[in-house]
Design a protein around this ligand. Structure first.
Ligand code: IPM
Ligand code: MG
Length: 370
């Protein structure tokens, strides 16, 4: 607990740190099509993380056996990103783990646990910040309804960047939300470039700019400025509340194509979208920066499943969908397509309960079909 004077000073520090963060952004892009050796870091995570990652590792070893043998791809296990270790070191990502991660080009990561409240920052949030992974890309597809959505969630700003740096004074707590021109412009370009390169004609900007006037107001304004460079793509604005309703409205939902939105709204609505697709266990997520990228399941570590003894019923589809995105990101398009086809044609159901198939059984079918 601090007093008003200290709180004001703390706010000043936060503002100058944020200005510095933006000034330090490095936009040099990695070109994976030209890289001779690509190191893929594998991180198990907590809860169901190690269980689903085991299947992803199996799949990667089979799919990339030649590339691994030739030394073009290195699979590097990274240990120590466990809740236990993070609590002990009081670091969202312990220093030695972070430096191992930074030796990789891309990361495939199982979900990590974050205690509610307290001061320990989420490992995800810390990694997104440390590796500057500004675009959280989450595709959702429901072919029988002609739904093909891709969410572009801003991943390094918004409500998250200072989420563990809020201020408590007697009887009052304040958290901060940050939106910058540079941060918004780069996620907007990622969304519009995706639309342009993938034959999409329509981008929906989703905010709550009627209420969060400064931050979401800026977000919307910058998105529309970027949109001017993409005259063939139409763009419109929606508020997050009605957009959550639209996603469950079968009359209109298939018209949406690309969503562009700030961090927290993107977090929430992508779980809803994943549920419509068949559950959060079916959805993968890419965290893309200019230098690094990290791929993961859309969901958390599911501690409840572990407590209830249901870990082995966890669905590995989410992490395998993330693996497809990873393969595409490093320009192994044929491998990505092969895995995607295997996933699309796998009809056993993993439900996360004893009524469904086991994680291992799903992995068996996918590995055999490759
Ligand atoms: C996600 C998760 C994370 C988030 C958690 C684990 C910090 O929910 O990737 O959507 O809130 O971003
Ligand atoms: Mg989430």
């Amino acid at each position: 607990m601090i007093d008003l004077e200290k709180a004001t000073l703390a706010f000043r520090t936060l503002l100058s740190e944020q200005l510095q963060r933006v000034a330090d952004i490095d936009t040099t892009k990695t070109d994976f099509s030209k890289k001779e050796k690509i190191t893929v870091g594998l991180i198990d995570g907590d809860g169901i993380g190690p269980i689903i990652m085991k299947q992803a590792e199996r799949v990667l070893n089979k799919l990339l056996s030649n590339e691994i043998a030739e030394g073009k791809i290195v699979l590097k296990r990274i240990e120590g990103l466990t809740l236990e270790n993070r609590l002990q070191t009081k670091k969202a990502v312990p220093d030695d783990v972070l430096s191992e991660i930074k030796k990789c080009d891309v990361i495939l990561k199982g979900p990590t646990s974050t205690p509610m409240g307290g001061n320990l920052e989420s490992a995800n949030v810390a990694l997104r910040r440390e590796l500057d992974l500004y675009a959280n890309v989450r595709p959702i597809s429901i072919p029988k309804e002609n739904i093909d959505w891709v969410f572009f969630r801003e991943n390094t700003e918004g409500e998250y960047v200072l989420g563990s740096r809020g201020i408590d004074i007697e009887g009052l707590s304040v958290d901060f939300k940050v939106t910058t021109d540079v941060g918004t412009e780069r996620i907007a370009r990622a969304a519009f470039d995706y639309a342009k390169n993938n034959g999409k004609k329509y981008v929906s900007v989703v905010t709550k700019a009627n209420i969060m006037k400064k931050t979401d107001g800026r977000f919307t304004r910058i998105c529309h400025e970027v949109a001017k460079d993409y005259p063939d793509i139409s763009v419109d604005d929606w508020y997050i509340d009605i957009m959550t309703a639209n996603l469950v409205n079968p009359e209109i939902r298939s018209k949406f194509q690309v969503f562009l939105l700030p961090n927290l709204y993107g977090d929430i609505i992508t779980d809803e979208a994943a549920q419509l697709q068949g559950g959060v266990g079916t959805a993968g997520s890419a965290n893309l920066g200019d230098r690094y990228a990290m791929f993961e399941a859309i969901h958390g570590s599911a501690p409840r499943m572990i407590e209830e003894g249901l870990g082995e019923y966890a669905n590995p589809e989410s992490i395998l969908r993330a693996t497809v995105m990873l393969l595409r990101h490093i320009c192994l398009f044929d491998k990505a397509n092969a895995l995607e086809n295997a996933l699309d044609s796998c009809h056993i159901k993993v439900t996360g309960t004893k009524d469904g198939a086991k994680c291992q059984a799903y992995g068996d079918i996918i590995t055999e079909s490759l």
